[in-house]
Design a protein around this ligand. Structure first.
Ligand SMILES: [Zn+2]
Length: 445
């Protein structure tokens, strides 16, 4: 029986260190390992996983015979090789030999495998039995997928996956003549024809105006996106990982509807749905099985509508997320939000820059000790966790009220100003008070 002992969780570069597998180059997926060799794009010079996901589909799936929308003329009949078990991985690691010609590398590096080292985790006797020893971080996956998507749609320099080189690579691999680079007659410069994912400037302006003027979230739900939206530069500045999470799962389908063709919108909406279900608080095994079937089909659908340059390792990792959720449970226990927030707290504690770790440890221990001690204070003694009420709740002499609705520890104690209400506001407030006041309940009943 496989029992859960431990797992590790980190962004992709740290993942590479923990697994001992290089996540750049020809075999960048640390889960598929050497079973999935990425294709090098001639013009872009990058490795892409374009048209590598049809092998993960059902053997009778219609995409497998599609000669038009993926790599032109290619039919996929093989099924994906099964993932390596822990024991097989360990055997592979043990059989590695140092390369005499390249010191520091194993024989066959970058041609047969991408092992860089054998991590000390393999010293644990149970490590080979773990079903999911390392977790792909959903937070970073969402951020990268969201960034690539937004950058491509808004044509943001440095972020867009659609440039002349990507179009040249697309021309070499795919049958999408309308999107090929064109040289107008008698002119020197080549032009990039508009594709469905190139939003026009008026459209971008309209979308950003909507973000600025109309988009609203419940309190504490998301950061204020409108602050970063710039109508001059036509992009949104300063989005953090959590903003990408919200953008991809909630904002993106609403934002794009009507501005891009319906078929393409449906694929993006499905991508949004996929992440929304995956990041849910509760997951059912049946739903995860559905997601596991949906993931390869979803990537195939993306491959049908985006150029090969769009598909870097991050877009491939979508494939493994439902499987890891089935093995490891809901993603909120296995993503980096809490870790990164804690890192921020710890970083703020660092006062002596010459002794970073010691400075953090000392501040942390002091705080823990203070927390522990204050828990044993008498209730009348005020401290950080039992603060003096700022509002005279329950004391009518000092301006407080006996009514339950007005009792609260954290109400602000500023000077009051008088305000005239209109009829609607007065009605709303009266209704709220009557509905929420426990003292009124007996009369209603
Ligand atoms: Zn993979």
């Amino acid at each position: 029986m496989h029992v859960w002992y431990m797992y590790s969780m980190h962004d992709l570069p740290a993942y590479a260190l923990f697994v001992g597998w290089c996540v750049h180059g020809r075999f960048p997926c640390p889960t598929c390992k050497a079973a999935l060799e990425f294709r090098r794009l001639q013009a872009g010079g990058k490795f892409s996983c374009f048209d590598m996901h049809r092998q993960f589909l059902d053997p009778r799936h219609k995409f497998r015979k599609d000669k038009k929308n993926f790599i032109k003329g290619r039919v996929v009949k093989n099924s994906a090789p099964p993932a390596l078990t822990g024991q097989q991985t360990l055997d592979q690691l043990n059989s590695l030999e140092p390369d005499p010609e390249r010191p520091g590398y194993f024989k066959g590096y970058n041609s047969e495998h991408a092992w860089t080292h054998k991590t000390c985790l393999w010293d644990l006797p149970y490590f080979k039995d773990l079903l999911c020893p390392h977790n792909i971080d959903v937070m970073h996956t969402e951020k990268n997928v969201g960034e690539a998507l937004f950058g491509t749609l808004f044509g943001i320099e440095g972020k867009t996956k659609d440039n002349p080189k990507a179009r040249v690579d697309q021309q070499a691999l795919c049958d999408r003549p309308l999107q090929n680079m064109r040289q107008p007659k008698g002119k020197k410069n080549w032009t990039k024809p508009k594709a469905w994912f190139n939003l026009g400037r008026p459209v971008m302006r309209e979308i950003l105006l909507w973000v600025k003027k109309e988009l609203m979230f419940p309190d504490g739900y998301a950061a204020n996106l409108k602050r970063g939206a710039s109508l001059e530069k036509l992009k949104i500045f300063g989005l953090k990982s959590h903003d990408w999470h919200i953008w991809l799962e909630r904002v993106m389908p609403v934002m794009l509807r009507g501005f891009i063709p319906e078929d393409e919108w449906l694929v993006l909406a499905e991508l949004s749905y996929f992440f929304r279900v995956l990041c849910a608080k509760e997951l059912s095994p049946g739903l995860l099985e559905e997601l596991e079937e949906l993931a390869p089909e979803l990537i195939c659908k993306l491959e049908k509508i985006f150029p090969p340059g769009f598909f870097n390792p991050m877009q491939h990792l979508i494939l493994h997320l439902p499987t890891e959720a089935r093995l490891g449970g809901p993603v909120q226990n296995r993503w980096c939000y809490s870790t990164e927030r804690m890192q921020k707290t710890l970083r703020e504690k660092c006062k002596n820059k010459r002794r970073v770790e010691a400075s953090m440890a000392e501040a942390f221990i002091t705080e823990e000790a203070a927390n522990f001690v204050t828990a044993h204070y008498e209730a009348k003694n005020r401290h950080l966790h039992n603060p003096k009420p700022r509002y005279n709740a329950g004391d009518p002499k000092k301006g407080g009220s006996n009514l339950s609705l007005f009792k609260g520890k954290l109400a602000p104690a500023g000077a009051y100003t008088s305000l005239s209400l209109d009829v609607d506001e007065w009605r709303t407030i009266t209704l709220y008070i009557l509905n929420n006041l426990t003292e009124v309940r007996p009369y209603i009943e």
